[in-house]
Design a protein around this ligand. Structure first.
Ligand code: G6P
Length: 608
């Protein structure tokens, strides 16, 4: 949600921040802008629309200067137009600022500043910060920023420059991710490592309340009390290729196709075949602590919430521990009952989703033990929880989550194994699960090899206006996820339902215009799903079914089938979701939708 980048060093800054903006575009893409400090002052350029529009406006002759900030926006306050785009400048046009997050007391601050003569141009909450800093400026940008932040309520990741101070870039973080990239004689600030990886792998993750003062040859970090702190420089451990499309038409397709590898990376070194369990060092929980857990609460949003639902089935079936799944946004505003024996698991690809982060904080505050299943290393959730399991799925750029979902389910399966083997699960059953997990990468490859067949079916349904997805047991959440994928990227209205619930309402919608996608591998609920498919057929519905290879019964009833290899019930979602990801992808492409940047969405939602 919104991307920030800044540069200070010896090189022409505009080209650097513009290139970085393209890499951040997946975080927000309704408007973009940059500010450059040159010898005489500040140049600010911004434009509604994609970064390409801004680039075109700038032309080939980029503004000179070696200090710059830039932003790609996902609007929260004020429409996505030129004026509301960032950077925002003060009255005098000498200070420019980019901001992610929401300033909750913006109205109060705006009134106070207006009374002192400040004039506002935009409808954004962010502009207030530029005027606040202007008001406090006495010759040092760093001092002014540190002086005003205590009066700001809300969340922010900001980067600020001043026309009078070339060679200085100030950044601050409160609840919105920000990192400092440390190069050779140059420094960067960015909301995401993808923006800096082509220049440096050395990064410092800022914590809430910290302010970074960057100069070409130094990065100084201050805490909330404005005391200088020494922070560890960390190394980004993935390659630039991970954030490039590498020949694929879209990141989403690339990420779907990467799943044999991403799953392998998620489970690598973690499975203990002999003992039929998993080794999860990052949990920071000895067996005794895991044994004390008498309840598990899984919290997440979006696609991650769907994997949490699968986790609930897994944990209750195999570990026999009561488990609940909550939308993070609901959990944090209820009055949840938690104690030290409750394990609260936050699931998040980005590790930055504001609601999930806040829900985990609330859980910790109430004495529960928290762990995170997170993909982005060093992200806020990863750093705040007591322990966790990194997904190691590699950067996910496509806004619609794919490979992170399957890695989350694999991580949940390993967490379940660990807890189950300490309790009731026999070593033989444990080995069976380990073996099934190990077979997944090859099985995923097999499913993905029939992408062309999915594409052919997608072609026939590209003009549909509604779709219903049905599944039961472990595959009910897959039905939800299949429907979400389709609506996110193709804008077709789609609903996921537990198959048996269909007759309590959605059945009224079924006619020969309505494709019904049934997720029906041969698992414990198969016979029941067959009956549900019959009910759809009886009403003239068109059935597309995800079935186990060799299935004859549903194949006979369905108009189209997507076969998947057989595995244990608990792992079927990792295979059954694949044709649904591809189906949504190909339909969206046929409809001419912008698959990687669907309208109104953002990759990581860092506001409530
Ligand atoms: C946004 C994304 C979804 C994602 C959700 C949760 O809505 O568009 O794809 O599932 O956030 O994100 P997280 O990073 O917490 O998994």
């Amino acid at each position: 949600m919104c991307g920030i980048v800044g540069y200070v060093g010896p090189r022409p800054a505009a080209a650097i921040v513009l290139e970085a903006l393209y890499r951040l575009e997946y975080r927000g893409y309704d408007s973009a802008g940059l500010a450059i400090v040159n010898g005489t002052g500040l140049t600010v350029e911004k434009a509604a629309g994609r970064i390409g529009v801004l680039h075109k406006r700038l032309g080939d002759d980029l503004p000179a200067g070696t200090t710059a900030i830039a932003h790609t926006r996902w609007a929260t306050h004020g429409a996505p137009n030129d004026v509301n785009a960032h950077p925002h400048a003060d009255c005098g046009g000498t200070i420019a600022l980019v901001h992610n997050g929401i300033i909750e007391n913006a109205d109060v601050l705006r009134k106070r500043l207006a009374a002192r003569g400040h004039q506002f141009r935009s409808e954004t909450d962010s502009e207030v910060l530029a005027h606040l800093i202007e008001d406090a400026y006495e010759g040092s940008l760093a001092d002014a920023v540190m002086a005003v932040l205590p009066s700001v309520e809300g969340t922010y990741g900001i980067a600020v420059v001043a026309g009078r101070e070339p060679g200085v870039l100030v950044a601050a973080r409160m609840g919105s991710p920000l990192l400092v990239g440390v190069g050779d004689g140059e420094c960067f600030v960015a909301s995401d490592a993808a923006a800096v990886i082509s220049h440096t792998r050395s990064v410092v993750y800022l914590d809430d309340g910290e302010v970074a003062v960057l100069r070409p040859d130094s990065h100084q970090i201050y805490d909330q009390q404005t005391v200088r702190v020494e922070k560890k420089i960390r190394t980004i451990d993935w390659e630039i290729g991970a954030v490039e499309r590498g020949g694929y038409a879209h990141f989403m397709l690339k990420e779907i196709m990467e799943q044999p590898v991403s799953i392998r990376n998620t489970v690598r070194g973690r499975l203990l075949e002999e003992e039929g369990t998993a080794r999860l060092g990052g949990l920071n929980m000895p067996d005794e602590a895991l044994l004390e857990v008498d309840r598990v609460v899984l919290i997440a949003c979006g696609t991650s919430w769907h994997s949490a639902l699968i986790g609930e089935y897994l944990i209750e079936e195999h570990a026999r521990i009561p488990c609940e799944v909550e939308y993070a946004s609901e959990f944090r505003y209820r009055n949840p009952i938690l104690d030290e024996d409750t394990l609260v698991v936050g699931i998040s690809q980005s590790g930055e989703t504001a609601d999930t982060l806040a829900a985990l904080r609330e859980a910790r505050h109430r004495g529960a033990r928290t762990i995170g299943l997170v993909n982005v290393v060093g992200s806020s959730i990863a750093r705040e929880v007591d322990g966790g399991i990194y997904l190691h799925a590699g950067p996910e750029i496509g806004v619609a989550s794919t490979k992170a979902f399957t890695s989350q389910v694999a991580a949940l399966a390993m967490l379940t194994l660990r807890m189950a083997r300490l309790r009731h699960l026999s070593v033989l059953k444990g080995r069976e699960i380990v073996d099934a997990i190990q077979r997944l990468p090859a099985q995923i490859e097999r499913v993905l090899a029939s992408a062309a067949a999915v594409e052919a079916v997608a072609d026939r349904f590209a003009r549909t206006t509604n779709a219903l997805y049905l599944g039961r047991g472990y595959n009910f959440p897959v039905a939800l996820e299949g429907a979400l994928k389709l609506k996110e990227i193709s804008y077709i209205h789609a609903e996921g339902y537990p198959a048996a619930e269909m007759k309590h309402g959605p059945i009224a919608l079924i006619d020969d215009m309505m494709p019904v996608i049934v997720v029906a591998p041969r698992d414990g609920t198969y016979a029941k799903v067959v009956s549900n498919v019959q009910e759809v057929r009886a009403r003239g519905g068109r059935v597309i079914a995800v079935v186990t290879e060799g299935d004859e019964e549903i194949t006979r009833l369905a108009d189209h089938v997507f076969p998947i290899p057989a595995t244990i019930d608990a792992l079927t979602p990792i295979l059954s979701v694949l044709p649904l990801q591809l189906f949504a992808y190909y339909i969206a492409v046929r409809r001419g939708c912008d698959v990687d940047k669907p309208r109104n969405l953002a990759k990581s939602v860092t506001v409530e």
